[in-house]
Design a binder for this molecule. Structure first.
Ligand SMILES: [Fe+2]
Length: 245
């Protein structure tokens, strides 16, 4: 079975369309979406609707999705909060309800555990060696029957195993996985990569061959930037897309 992996779409319709087209052409059976459909980008309604229309997509909530749905985090920066208010104003009640109904985490097909931030703490970022260790220990201890955790939130594609961490994934690359080993996989961000590579980032997990392929694809960055500026959203949200930060 082929699983498409996406996360952190962030209302970037131009990037989301490229990712979905590629995953469908690759023949994926199911798509796992690790959250943050909205926030930052100019097309939240189109992105939420597109996700809702997918029959074989499992979507969990990210911190931005939760905030738009009304679960406000006082720690969020003012510009981000303003953008979330704009997002809320530009979503239909049905799309807001959909975001409000997403769960924080989910086990899929008795095989994968999905979280947005981390297994240990909902909105923590898995970027440091300490967080990697804490999460691997949590996966082993709390999910003894599950070998693989999918996550997002950092916007940096990453493959973690007990043997080490791969995080330099600026070009498409496949990995052969070991049976019985545990892994944590972040497909990177579809709509706002932050690994200094502006290409859209997503992945395919092949359960038969036990491979994971991280995919980097160009998309219409200028179009996404124009849409952000035209919507009156902060210009820095547009600028960062071409820098991949
Ligand atoms: Fe995000």
């Amino acid at each position: 079975m082929l699983y498409g992996l996406v996360a952190d779409v962030h209302a970037n319709l131009q990037a989301f369309e490229v990712a979905m087209k590629h995953l469908k052409a690759a023949g994926v059976d199911k798509i796992l979406n690790m959250g943050d459909l909205v926030g930052y980008g100019a097309n939240p309604a189109e992105c939420v609707t597109m996700a809702r229309e997918q029959v074989h997509m499992v979507t969990i909530a990210g911190n931005h999705d939760r905030q738009v749905a009304g679960d406000i985090d006082p720690r969020m920066r003012l510009t981000a909060t303003k953008a979330l208010e704009w997002t809320r104003d530009n979503l239909s009640p049905a799309n807001c309800r959909h975001l409000a109904g997403l769960s924080d985490g989910q086990i899929v097909d008795d095989r994968f555990v999905l979280v947005h931030g981390s297994l240990v703490e909902r909105d923590a970022y898995i970027l440091t060696a300490g967080e990697v260790k804490r999460n691997l220990e949590c996966l082993i201890r709390d999910f003894p029957k599950i070998k693989i955790c999918m996550f997002g939130h950092t916007h940096v594609p990453m493959l973690i195993s007990t043997r080490g961490v791969f995080a330099d994934l600026k070009a498409t690359r496949s990995f052969q996985l070991e049976p019985g080993e545990i892994y944590m996989i972040n497909p990177g961000s579809v709509g706002q990569p932050r690994d200094r590579c502006p290409l859209s980032s997503f992945a395919i997990f092949d359960t038969e061959n036990l491979t994971v392929t991280f995919i980097r694809k160009p998309y219409d960055i200028a179009g996404a930037q124009r849409a952000i500026v035209q919507a009156g959203l902060p210009e820095k949200f547009a600028r960062r897309l071409s820098a991949g930060v």
